[in-house]
Design a protein. Sequence first.
Length: 121
Amino acid sequence: MEKEIFALLRIMTRTVRELHEKVAKEVEEKAFESEILEPLKSDGMIEIDEFGIVNMTNKARKAPANREKLVKANLVVPDASTTYEGRELGQTCHRPGAYDFLAHPSRIGNTLYYRQDGEVK
């Protein structure tokens, strides 16, 4: 559960309620705060201000054990049976004629630069 908390806090600060809803809905909010957040707070890993905003401390960011947890939480390993197709790198506009400009050269000074074959005139 700490791994999920640190992964969420690494991205941005959260309120106690947000952390409770995302990490441990099945536990009461008061129990979540006292049993999970308070030990992290007493260890100096998180800070909770008077508005209930939770922030990860520099100690938590620099601790080797927590850095390993943070890296594992953000690491996405693709399934070996799938292959990357790179669809987002292709032509994404479906409007007819949207990419007609690629057939025409760009002019810089008196030089024409063609995008499709890299020709320069």
